[in-house]
Design a protein around this ligand. Structure first.
Ligand code: AQP
Length: 329
């Protein structure tokens, strides 16, 4: 398992585009908890949710729900900073400077852009420029490490390229961050189609496990997960179950693979392990969601703290790129 350096400056975010899945929990939220420190920033990236069609009332509801989920999983706002992206206007402002630093060609090559634009009637310009906003999110906090699932590795690579280009062109401005990706759980696959990533805005309900899902339904879905007739730990369905089990128990999936010769016992152990992970989170979520006013105050306070760091970086970037500073002309 990759280790996060002690007290590294950490930033990561999640879009409020649907209910958190087992994939986002194992690939991102749990690693975030492990990486918590006074220099860790965790953000509900609501502006990214605007890149695809959305319902405004749903977005508002899901934003506070996702902040509640961060805390239910174990993000402690007394330790790290938890906030909502759109509260800190520096994100969109820096994004413009970075859109003018990234090239059209590199944005167009992003796998997520290609996947999400492929079968859409309406492809927003924001879907193309999304990685520049994500780069701004990360770079504003002088971030050293970005804990993400495997699918976001490419966007962090682009962030590195853009930061280096900006620093080369305009002088030292940004810390160049690196992605930290778990070995197991980095890409949890759909249980019905293990060649496809489990995603929260997907309609594959039978193949997706939600963090807040009824545990009997979770057990049914794992039991019905697509596998082959003969046990083969290398096949996608089996590899996915072993990766989920590894991420849930902290054990190495390659070692776990040796413990089984049939799918029945494997599925039963995956169910127990996933239940043990989800149960306390669901309990904590129920307690926290009874008091949304407190959550709203926490994200407000988090945004105030985040803005102090963000404003300093934006000021540096504005000066270095050549914008005249108001009152100093
Ligand atoms: N299946 C997954 N396995 C491991 N990690 C995952 N993540 C998401 N799905 C899996 C990680 O969780 C974080 C969530 O990021 P996001 O919500 O901003 O965007 P995403 O990666 O596009 O997640 P989804 O669930 O696929 O959202 P939609 O469907 O709205 O696009 C990231 O660190 C991601 O790697």
């Amino acid at each position: 398992m990759p280790t996060i350096a002690v007290m590294a400056r950490v930033f990561s975010g999640m879009k409020p585009t649907g209910d958190a899945t087992l994939g986002s929990l194992l690939g991102a939220l749990r690693p975030w908890v492990d990486a918590q420190n006074a220099d860790a920033y965790y953000c509900v990236v609501d502006l990214h949710a605007l890149t695809i069609p959305h319902d405004p009332a749903e977005l508002r509801r899901q934003t506070i729900e996702l902040a509640t989920m961060f805390m239910a999983v174990g993000i402690d706002p007394e330790v790290s900073t938890l906030f909502v992206q759109s509260y800190v206007h520096e994100h969109t402002e820096l994004a413009w400077l970075l859109e003018c630093t990234a090239s059209f060609g590199e944005l167009r090559r992003m796998t997520q852009f290609k996947d999400k634009s492929e079968n859409s009637d309406f492809v927003s310009a924001g879907l193309l420029t999304y990685p520049a906003l994500m780069a701004a999110d990360i770079l504003l906090y002088d971030t050293e490490e970005v804990p993400v699932g495997d699918d976001q590795r490419q966007h962090v690579e682009l962030t590195r390229d853009v930061a280096e280009r900006f620093n080369n062109r305009y002088g030292p401005t940004f810390t160049v961050p690196k992605a930290v990706v778990q070995r197991s759980g980095a890409r949890v696959m759909d249980l019905q189609d293990p060649t496809r990533k489990m995603s929260k805005s997907d309609d594959s309900t039978a193949g997706t496990i939600l963090v807040l899902e009824d545990l009997a339904s979770v057990a049914r879905k794992i039991k019905r997960a697509v596998t082959d007739t003969e046990y083969d730990p290398k096949r996608p369905g089996a590899a996915n179950l072993l990766s989920i089990l590894g991420a849930s128990t902290g054990r190495n999936p390659d070692d776990l693979a040796q413990d089984y010769s049939q799918y029945g016992p494997l599925k039963s152990d995956v169910t127990d392990a996933v239940t043990a992970v989800l149960e306390p989170i669901q309990q904590r979520y129920r307690e926290l969601s009874a008091d949304p006013t407190t959550i709203a105050k926490i994200v407000e306070a988090g945004a105030e703290k985040a803005q102090i760091a963000a404003a300093a970086t934006l000021d540096r970037a504005r000066r270095n790129i050549g914008l005249v500073v108001r009152g100093e002309a």
